[in-house]
Design a protein around this ligand. Structure first.
Ligand SMILES: Cc1ncc(COP(=O)(O)O)c(C=O)c1O
Length: 415
C-alpha cells in the first residue's frame, strides 16, 4: 500500500502549494461560516470548513488543509475538480459567448447535443437540455404523461428523484415527501427489484415507470439483471414508457457511459445531470426519435438549458472521459477497491458498481465512520440507510488515493 506520506509528496505537483495570498483580503474562517449561516437559507448540514479550491481528487480549505474528496463534490465532478481541459473550454467559451437561449442556433450547443447522443445507447437519439436532475425528471415524466395521455407514474420505495413537486412525488423515500403538500396525483410506489410488485400496479392507466437503476440515496441498492429486463418487457406490453433516472449512474460513474444498455435493457428516456458537465449546472433528457418526433415546438422549454457555457463544459467532459480512458479506470480500480473492502473485518457488505459505492457497517455506524475519516481529511457521504457510507469519487480516482483511503479505514475502530 502507498503510505499517506507518499501521497503527500506526490501532491506537490497535483495540488501545488496552497496560495495564502488568496486569503489576505478575505474574512477569517469563522466569519465566512457565520456569513453563510447568516445570509443563506438552511439546506444541508455542512462540513465544518470552507472549501476554496480543488484539483483533481483533492480540495483545499481556507486554512490551507487538503482533503481527499471521495464524495466528488456531491457526485458531480466527474473529471475531477477543475480539470485543466474543462477549465480551458469554459474560459474559451466565456470569452466568446456566455449565453444565448434556444431561440438561436449555437455552435457549442450543437456539438454538445451530437456528443451526448453519440455516446448514448441505441435507440436514444435526441437530447433535451435542462439545468438540473430534478428538472430532467420533471420533464421526462411530463413527456410520458403528455404522449401517452395517461396519469399514473410508478416509481420505487427507496428511490430519490429530486425536490420539485413532480420529482418529490415520485421519490420513494417518504421523509422527502413529508412536508410537501399537496403531492402530485397519480404516483404509486413499487418494491425495488420486485417484478411482482410492479405487475400489481402496472395497468392501461400507467404513463411511465421511473427508477434509479441503482438506488443511491436509498443505500446503494441494485436489482438483478432480470428485474431491468422485466421492466422493459412490461412497459412494452402495457404501452408505458420506461425512464431511467441516471442523474448519478450516468456519464461514466458505473464504468460505462450509462447504466442503460446493461442486461440488454434500454429505457425510452434517460434523465441526466450531476457529472454531465463536470460541475457546471446542466441536465438532459435523452429520448428516442419516436418520442422526440411527437413533441411539438412549444411543448417544452427552458431559458438556460443547453446554454453555451454548460454545453462547452459537457463537450470537454465527454472528451476527457474518452481521452483519459476514465471508464477503464473506473472499472479497473473499482474492482480493486471492492475486493480490498470485502476483505475488511469492519465491513459487512459492499454494494454498487464502479464508482457508486455503498459500504455497509454494523448497526447503523456509517456516521461515526464518516466522522473518523473526516478527521483523517477524507470526505465521504452518508445515505438514507444509517449503516451505509457512500463513495462517489471523481472518475479520475486512482490506486494511490484508494490505498490511502483503505489504510485510514483499516485503522478505524468502532467502539
Ligand atoms: C438520482 C437522483 N435524481 C435526481 C436528483 C436531483 O438532482 P438535482 O439536485 O440536480 O435537482 C438527485 C440529486 O441528488 C439524484 O441523486
Amino acid at each position: 500500500m502507498t503510505s499517506g506520506t507518499d501521497i503527500q509528496r506526490g501532491a506537490a505537483h497535483v495540488g501545488g502549494p496552497y496560495r495564502s495570498d488568496a486569503l489576505s483580503t478575505q474574512p477569517q474562517l469563522e466569519n465566512l461560516i457565520d456569513i453563510e449561516e447568516q445570509y443563506q437559507v438552511a439546506t444541508y448540514k455542512k462540513f465544518p470548513f470552507v472549501i476554496e479550491r480543488g484539483q483533481d481528487v483533492w480540495v483545499y480549505t481556507s486554512e490551507g488543509e487538503r482533503y481527499l474528496d471521495l464524495y466528488g463534490g456531491h457526485a458531480v465532478v466527474s473529471t475531477g475538480h477543475s480539470h485543466p481541459r474543462v477549465v480551458q473550454a469554459i474560459a474559451d467559451q466565456a470569452a466568446r459567448l456566455i449565453f444565448y437561449s434556444n431561440l438561436v442556433y449555437n455552435d457549442a450547443r450543437a456539438r454538445a447535443a451530437k456528443k451526448l447522443v453519440e455516446i448514448a445507447p441505441e435507440p436514444l437519439t435526441k437530447a433535451f437540455f435542462v439545468n438540473s436532475g430534478t428538472e430532467a425528471n420533471e420533464n421526462a415524466m411530463k413527456i410520458a404523461r403528455m404522449l401517452t395521455g395517461r396519469e399514473k407514474i410508478i416509481s420505487f420505495e427507496g428511490g430519490f428523484h429530486g425536490r420539485t413537486p413532480g420529482s418529490v412525488s415520485a421519490t420513494g423515500l417518504a421523509k422527502y415527501r413529508e412536508n410537501v403538500s399537496p403531492l402530485l396525483p397519480g404516483h404509486v410506489y413499487a418494491d425495488f427489484g420486485n417484478v411482482a410488485s410492479v405487475e400489481s400496479l402496472l395497468d392501461e392507466e400507467t404513463a411511465a415507470i421511473i427508477l434509479e437503476p441503482i438506488q443511491s440515496m436509498g443505500g446503494v441498492r441494485m436489482g438483478e439483471p432480470e428485474f431491468y429486463q422485466a421492466l422493459r418487457e412490461m412497459c412494452d406490453q402495457a404501452g408505458a414508457m420506461l425512464i431511467y433516472d441516471e442523474v448519478q449512474t450516468g456519464v461514466g460513474r458505473t464504468g460505462e457511459f450509462f447504466f442503460a444498455g446493461r442486461f440488454g435493457a434500454v429505457p425510452d428516456m434517460i434523465a441526466l445531470a450531476k457529472g454531465i458537465a463536470s460541475g457546471v449546472p446542466m441536465g438532459a433528457v435523452l429520448m428516442t426519435d419516436a418520442i422526440a418526433g411527437e413533441i411539438k415546438t412549444g411543448d417544452l422549454g427552458t431559458t438556460f438549458g443547453g446554454g453555451p457555457l454548460a454545453s462547452a463544459a459537457l463537450e470537454a467532459t465527454v472528451d476527457v472521459i474518452r481521452d483519459e480512458q476514465l471508464l477503464e479506470n473506473v472499472r479497473e480500480n473499482s474492482e480493486y477497491l471492492f475486493g480490498e473492502l470485502r476483505k475488511m473485518l469492519l465491513v459487512e457488505e459492499v454494494r454498487g458498481l464502479g464508482y457508486l459505492i455503498g459500504i455497509k457497517f454494523p448497526g447503523g455506524t456509517a456516521k461515526p465512520v464518516q466522522q473518523a475519516l473526516l478527521e483523517k481529511k477524507i470526505i465521504t457521504g452518508l445515505s438514507d440507510d444509517p449503516s451505509v457510507l457512500r463513495l462517489l469519487p471523481p472518475l479520475t480516482l486512482r490506486k494511490p488515493e484508494i490505498d490511502l483511503f483503505l489504510d485510514e479505514l483499516s485503522k478505524i475502530a468502532l467502539g
